[in-house]
Design a binder for this molecule. Structure first.
Ligand code: PFF
Length: 455
């Protein structure tokens, strides 16, 4: 029953598919997380390791997830059980799908809280409160928000509701169409911000700091963070891209499309870095400020640039859109799974999954205020001082995503027939040999080495 091929609709066009994949990958990871992790890990060396991981690990795993999805034609769990049964491989490969659903749940719980921050800043931008900020008070708006659990809860609830309504209504298509206009606009806004940043006196220093690697500033944990972020930003190790691949028609060239997604995702992240760090440097702010970094620096930039009030509102609206399309892609696999495993309808599943995620999100909210001293694994030196939010981030980006991604690429590289993979990828001989070498050796060894050195 579960092996009916082509049991669901396919993307109307290659463009629609690419947009959905870009919608999932471009999000808070690019504009919120990448800059603050770069700031915490000392700049250029982190960026370089991240770029290498994107190219040698992220790109081949993205292609692997798509080709598995296209072969399996089902949700990630059924896809893995179907393909491994057909190839007479261990049923344990299904764990790739199971880990994905769990990871999506954990990530969405904190992703929604940060999406809520972005919503709160639309209101702040509109009320003109950016204009009075100075270098000394740059963090005041964000600090006020973080210290107020009730307001955080209200915005987290609003963001989660936006995600649930779209997933329950199955109207993601409308949002993808909106994304066709909004994603390019987000890129334009980032370019406007980089333009402003270029007028500040910190620009040259910031650009040099971002682009010149200084390996004395990067420790092993920073390398693991860079690798984990390559998975996070491309939405890998979550079954999400596998689910998307199941809608992919046979004539789409996986390699070329993956390259488009990877390049767009990377360009957006680098633009965000180029927009933010000059403001940090020219105002003497702390690059290692952590998760609040963009919420402390961008308001300052908007407060000073001509037309900043309008630009500020537009920017945070676009950021919410980018977060929304990613949030939807995170709830989708959980809902699909509930729909299939329980008698619940799609609408019921969306509400149950959404409310369960919302509840866990409360722990992240409290990590920034009432529970900021609570370190559940503090008895282990490695996790000392880590809040619940820190642990959720660690468990997903630094453990679950890389491990699931590793399993995926090992499966495709070592346990599938070469001819089948080859016909899916439809590449020239030399391109396929290169791909195979990276997929069988470079990517898996890379993940294992980074892991082993940090543990
Ligand atoms: N890739 C998204 C971002 O960079 O914001 C976040 C994300 C979406 C992570 C989906 C993981 C995922 F499965």
């Amino acid at each position: 029953m579960s092996s009916k091929p082509h049991s669901h609709a396919q993307w109307s066009s290659r463009l629609a598919f690419t947009l959905a994949a870009v919608g999932s990958s471009v999000g808070l990871g690019n504009i919120w997380k990448f800059p603050y992790m770069t700031g915490e890990s000392g700049g250029g060396a982190f960026v370089l390791v991240y770029l290498i991981c994107i190219l040698l690990i992220g790109l081949p795993i993205l292609m692997s997830e798509w080709l598995l999805g296209r072969l399996g034609q089902k949700n990630p769990i059924s896809t893995m059980s179907h393909i491994s049964a057909r190839l007479k491989r261990s049923p344990a490969w299904v764990l790739i799908g199971v880990a994905g659903v769990l990871g999506a749940y954990l990530i969405l719980s904190f992703y929604s809280v940060i999406g809520g921050w972005a919503l709160a800043f639309i209101a702040d931008a509109a009320s003109g409160s950016f204009e009075t900020l100075t270098s000394d008070t740059a963090g005041s708006l964000f600090g006020g928000l973080l210290g107020d659990p009730t307001t955080l809860l209200a915005w987290h609830s609003a963001f989660m509701l936006m995600v649930i309504l779209v997933v329950a209504g199955g109207v993601a298509g409308g949002l993808e169409r909106a994304a066709k206009i909004l994603m390019p606009l987000l890129a334009v806004m980032l370019i406007v911000l980089v333009g402003y940043a270029a007028t500040t006196d910190g620009f040259a220093d910031a650009a040099a700091w971002l682009l010149t690697p200084d390996f004395s500033k990067l420790d092993k944990d920073g390398v693991l963070a860079a690798m984990g972020h390559a998975f996070f930003t491309l939405s890998l190790g979550m079954g999400i891209m596998m689910a998307y691949g199941s809608y992919l028609s046979d004539d789409v060239n996986i390699g070329r499309t993956a390259l488009v997604v990877v390049v767009l995702d990377t360009v957006i992240a680098l633009l965000a870095g180029l927009a933010i760090f000059p403001v940090v440097f020219s105002n003497g702010l702390d690059a290692a400020a952590g998760p609040g970094l963009i919420f402390q620096t961008l308001p300052l930039a908007f407060g000073r640039m001509p037309g900043g009030e309008v630009f500020g509102v537009v920017f945070f609206v676009l950021l919410v859109f980018a977060a929304w399309t990613s949030g939807i892609s995170l709830l989708e696999p959980i809902v699909e799974w509930l729909e299939e495993k329980t008698p619940m309808s799609r609408v019921g599943s969306a509400w149950v999954a959404g409310i369960a995620t919302w509840l866990l999100g409360i722990a992240t909210i409290l990590s920034f205020n009432l529970w900021s001293d609570v370190a559940p694994l503090g008895m282990f030196a490695k996790f000392e001082g880590m809040t619940i939010f820190d642990l959720l981030d660690y468990a997903t980006s630094k453990l679950m995503l890389p491990l699931t991604g590793l399993a995926t690429i090992v499966f495709v590289g070592w346990f599938m027939g070469r001819d089948e993979v080859r016909s899916q990828l439809n590449m020239s001989d030399s391109a396929f040999s290169l791909w195979s070498f990276v997929a069988r050796y470079i990517a898996p060894i890379g993940v294992v080495v980074v892991f082993a050195s940090s543990l």
